[in-house]
Design a protein around this ligand. Structure first.
Ligand SMILES: [Zn+2]
Ligand SMILES: [Zn+2]
Length: 329
């Protein structure tokens, strides 16, 4: 397969003058407070510093098989919390889940340290409502289409948008989740789940090796580095997967399929199909498109933990396939 090339629209998608024009009056809720803003910086910057320090870390104290195992285990669990839980289930309702699984998905999603489930869902629903147009919280096309504007836009879509003090109004965009008292409480305990996400690898590493060094290296690799990698893979869906890659399906935006991230993102990088058919439980619908999240949902279905799964509908997909006539759009 050849490396995907950036594909730019010929006309500006957004009016750079006011990227938030057209938003409904109640699109934003309460502004973030100072404490929330400081916590956000800590959760973004500290794991990133760990990512930057991986080479000297390997050089200095090495990397044990236990660290690798814990890192892969916690990465997979928390990634699926985002892809299967936050995204396909809570945001888009691609399937229905039993009560214990519903709460478990919210908890492991919180453990990815990308914010409480209610806020994540509200932001993501606003992204779909306005994707690559005015009002999208994280479009890489926000500032225009020339190289400089696109670079600035990609930074904004990847990370910069997180620091906007205005927050998407969950009462408008996620009223269904707010109505569920148990889920709302689970979401509010986000800091606890985030803390456990970093503490558990350290505890396991320390107990298994019976040493403080084992606790520290497990915390570094399976805590900090794992969170940083997952952050940047998830954020790449917002930045890279709206700019670089293929668009085999017709969607209202610039969403792309970007195969190099298919495994690391558990199928989320088949983002063009996702925007073409947002409630579909499988995003990698074409031959050879590996979608681990869809496989996990399939296993849950076999176990009887989920039902009403919205699997791909061949007729619907055929209608959304890009043809020679639509290729120019
Ligand atoms: Zn998108
Ligand atoms: Zn989505």
């Amino acid at each position: 397969m050849s490396a995907p090339a950036p594909t730019r629209p010929t006309a500006p998608v957004l009016r750079p003058a006011d990227p938030d024009a057209g938003l409904p009056a109640n699109a934003f809720g309460k502004e973030k407070g100072v404490l929330e803003q400081v916590t956000l910086y800590v959760f973004v910057v500290v794991p990133f510093l760990a990512l930057a320090a991986v080479v000297p870390a390997v050089w200095g104290w090495g990397l044990s098989w236990l660290d690798v195992g814990l890192a892969v285990g916690f990465y997979s669990l928390t990634l699926l919390g985002i892809t299967v839980g936050y995204h396909r289930y809570f945001t888009h309702g691609s399937f229905k889940a039993t009560r214990p699984l519903r709460i478990a998905l919210a908890v492991v999603g919180c453990m990815a340290i990308q914010g409480p489930v209610v806020q994540w869902v509200a932001d993501h629903r606003r992204h779909h409502a306005f994707s690559d147009r005015e009002g999208d919280p994280h479009s890489p096309w926000r500032y225009g289409t020339d190289a400089r504007a696109l670079l600035k836009g990609m930074w904004h879509a990847h990370l910069g948008w997180l620091f906007d003090r205005r927050q998407t109004n969950a009462e408008r965009y996620a009223p269904d989740l707010l109505k569920d008292t148990g889920l709302r409480r689970t979401s509010r305990l986000f800091i606890l789940w985030a803390f456990l996400s970093l503490a558990l690898p350290a505890v396991i590493g320390g107990l298994v090796t019976a040493s403080w060094t084992g606790a520290w290296t497990a915390f570094f690799w399976a805590g900090l580095v794992r969170v940083a990698l997952l952050h940047h893979v998830t954020w790449s869906i917002n930045s890279v997967c709206h700019v670089v890659g293929d668009r085999p399906f017709v969607s209202r935006d610039r969403a792309t399929n970007f195969w190099p991230l298919a495994i690391l993102s558990a199928g989320e990088s088949w983002h063009n199909l996702h925007h073409a058919d947002p409630t579909c439980a499988r995003h990698g619908v074409l031959r050879g498109q590996i979608d681990i999240s869809a496989r996990v949902i399939w296993v849950f279905e076999k176990l009887g933990w989920v039902h009403g799964v919205k699997w791909p509908d061949p007729v619907r997909l055929a209608a959304k396939r890009r043809t020679a006539a639509t290729a120019a759009s």
